[in-house]
Design a binder for this molecule. Structure first.
Ligand SMILES: Cc1ncc(COP(=O)(O)O)c(C=O)c1O
Length: 384
């Protein structure tokens, strides 16, 4: 629905792509088409919509906007980020291999290990952030390379262009979970990726009030996923689609504040005597800082931190913040603090987590857009 405005700037696309005035009423803002079905003039004669699992105008507007923001030919919206990931993995066959970076959202790891592995998919993981790690685990049976960057929760940065070249040389497709960066900070398709996946629950929705997901990419790759979307049915309702659509209008200004606040807090945390290590790709000594500078517009709103007092100090910090809410998720206007080991990454077995550094001493911050002085004061009193 609506024009895609591919030649316009990012903020213009965020506000206008797919969001022309409503053809039926002139409504300036895309309406919430709360209908399960559409009346036909005669059997098979309709205005482009038949049944809301197959297509709904509010969802179609969101899909057009998402494709325009990521620079993809087509986008498909799903009921959650994991439903979007499931749709991509469902296009593979038993015996196909997936090469993935080890630092992954816990739910994605669980989906690979406990749903798709028993079904016949063969996941392989690399601990290395460089392209050599992927070169070692990609085999002739690898159909899909799956990465997040920045990764969750260690904020590693992976070189999208280099990994895309490797995947293509070996006949595989590269999918990038772009949830942590958002299309404002990084557009993987422009760097050579074939598919982009989002949990729209996060920065795209931006207000912690909706669960959603999306897949964006080339039409030939999206067509089988569109078939799956309709056949399996994990679609977002019109109200959820509308909430994400409303969220993305302000994505650019929100991301600028998220990044500015996170940069200031990361620089401050580094100087605190209680802090052992700060994981933030914007810090010049971050091991992947140069790659981040090359492929991202800014360094994002997520920080992980390790305190010198280990697990006990982490527990104290987690229970003492007043502005940072102790809650799962990220990417909303309000700041959140989380404990990956027991929250977002609890679905990864403890031994595997600990070996990767996702242990009880690690704390993850989703830096919101509040006044940065208030956020700093809150962290200060929590670690003091
Ligand atoms: C990087 C990343 N990908 C995917 C997901 C899954 O998204 P959802 O919770 O919307 O299913 C999450 C959720 O935290 C995430 O952080």
């Amino acid at each position: 629905m609506g024009t895609d405005r591919t030649s316009d700037g990012f903020s213009t696309r965020a506000i206008h792509a797919g969001q022309d005035a409503d053809p039926a009423t002139g409504a300036t803002v895309v309406p919430i088409y709360a209908t399960s079905t559409f009346t036909q003039e005669s059997p098979g004669q309709h205005k482009g919509y038949e049944y809301s699992r197959s297509g709904n105008p509010t969802r179609a507007a969101l899909e057009t906007a998402l494709a325009a923001l990521e620079g993809g030919e087509r986008a498909l919206a799903f009921a959650s980020g994991l439903a979007a990931t499931t749709a991509v993995l469902s296009t593979l066959k038993p015996g196909d291999e997936v090469a993935a970076a080890a630092d992954l959202y816990g739910g994605t790891f669980r989906l690979l290990e406990r749903v798709f592995k028993p079904w016949g998919l063969v996941p392989r993981y690399t601990e290395e952030t460089g392209v050599e790690g992927f070169a070692a685990i990609v085999t002739p049976a690898t159909r899909l390379v799956w990465i997040e960057t920045p990764t969750n929760p260690l904020l590693q940065i992976l070189d999208i262009a280099a990994i895309a070249r490797l995947a293509h040389d070996r006949g595989a497709v590269l999918a990038v979970d772009n949830t942590f960066a958002s299309p404002y900070l990084q557009t993987p398709i422009a760097l050579g990726a074939d598919l982009v996946v989002h949990s729209t629950t996060k920065y795209l929705g931006g207000h912690s009030d909706v669960i959603g997901g999306a897949v964006i990419g080339r039409r030939d790759l999206l067509d089988p996923i569109a078939f799956y979307q309709n056949a399996a049915g994990g679609v977002p309702g019109p109200f959820d689609s509308w909430l994400v659509l409303r969220g993305i209008k302000t994505l650019a200004v929100r991301m600028e504040r998220h990044c500015a606040n996170a940069r200031a807090l990361a620089q401050w945390l580094v100087e605190q005597p209680q802090v052992e290590r700060v994981y933030y790709p914007g810090l010049p000594d971050h091991p992947n800082h140069e790659v981040a500078r090359r492929q991202m517009r800014d360094f994002g709103g997520m920080i992980s931190v390790r305190l010198k007092g280990g697990a006990a100090a982490a527990q104290r910090m987690l229970t003492r913040t007043r502005l940072f809410s102790l809650a799962e998720s990220l990417g909303g206007v309000e700041s959140l603090i989380g404990h990956p080991a027991t929250m977002t990454h609890a679905s990864i077995p403890a031994a595997i987590r600990a070996a990767r550094g996702v242990d009880d001493g690690l704390v993850r911050l989703s830096v919101g857009i509040e006044d940065v002085e208030d956020l700093r004061e809150d962290l200060d009193q929590a670690i003091s």
